[in-house]
Design a protein around this ligand. Sequence first.
Ligand code: HAM
Length: 425
Amino acid sequence: MSKAIQAVRGMNDLLPEAVERWQRVEASARDVMCAYGYREIRLPLLEKSELFACSIGTQTDIVEKEMYSFEDRSGENLTLRPEGTAGCVRAGIENGFLHNQIQRLWYAGPMFRHERPQKGRYRQFHQIGVEAFGIESPDIDAELILMCARLWQTLGLDGLSLELNSLGTPESRTAYRTELMRYLSARRDQLDEDSLRRLEKNPMRILDSKNPAMREVIAGAPNLHDHLDEGSRGHFERLGEYLRESGVVFAINPRLVRGLDYYTRTVFEWTTDRLGAQSAVCAGGRYDGLVEHLGGKPTPAAGFAIGMERLVELLALQSDSHPAVRPHGYLILLGDEAEKRGLKLAESLRSAGFRIEHNCGGGGLKVQFKRADRSGARLALLIGEDEVRNASITIKNLRDGAQRSVAQSELIDLLLKDTPRGTAP
Ligand code: HAM
């Protein structure tokens, strides 16, 4: 037999225990988004490659070297989505729900980037993304940030810091870019290989460099804020006021530039120092020009995306206050007659609202009790020959070993009285 086939590098299986943790986070996120009036949209994983080139930008790392692109059988150039904003805008234009409307939307699912895998950075990863269309004023930027803050609070998460910046308009950025190029070109000998590559095509990304050797040259670079147009400056100041008024703590980071070209004005990132190099848990900003750029009518927009792997990892580092969901009872069945009654009993218990794992595949008493323990259930419910004869059932508490026998007809009433349903037993 040849070596077993393994998963693709950077693409992970999520085993049931992890999935339960993810589901708790997803449920909290869904509640928070619902509380702000956002509605879910489901989008394809595959889009035409040109969509990402046009929106994220041809000179970005994502489009230049990280996309999973291929020609399909009809010769069409397709890409596994590296992010969700572009697809959401494409869907909005195509389905006509953006023009002259306010839309608050969210989506969740896998994204694909061919990056070098490491802790917190994967080739298939998951985002929960939120996009708001049709609102130009900074109150929507504040709303998006408050939603994040509420989610962290709901999850009992601490240790996340908010960084804000304004990238201005494309026009104000062009003027800044020219000055930045002049500054950096005069210091070519201090630039690392990555920065030299970015110098001509995307010099603002140099400001984002994590290389300590670049720190000095970056610190001396001209400041984007000195080049902001008046509208962007006012927008940014107003956002700051809203956030201060709402009690959200933030730091302005003039070097925060983001790795996607569609941003205008506000950009933000929630980071943590607990996850090592991959510190951004959530990021986003405004992209007022993208809808028009992709062929729609001019529509202001803003949004963010949360990296699920990083968020869940951060939660796991804290004590997890949400207990895992386990069955209330495990049904142990000994003999043909018990098995026959067991199926029906399990159904009626579930109809009464209990989570019941039913022993399938037979097995002796010891084996079945072992399975009951492994299921995490609080109670073992046993029907053997005696119980069949007496129409009774034996209930064993698997936490403290207490055991008693009751009539099968009384079981549901008794459990309804004793068991806190809906929560973990
Ligand atoms: P992004 O900064 O590229 O923005 O990704 C958002 C988040 O996804 C990151 O902060 C990080 O938590 C997570 N993430 C990104 N790449 C990886 C990876 N390779 N492995 C694990 N996690 C990763 C966007 O994608 C924008 N579409 C966000 C947005 C929505 N802006 C406006 N609306």
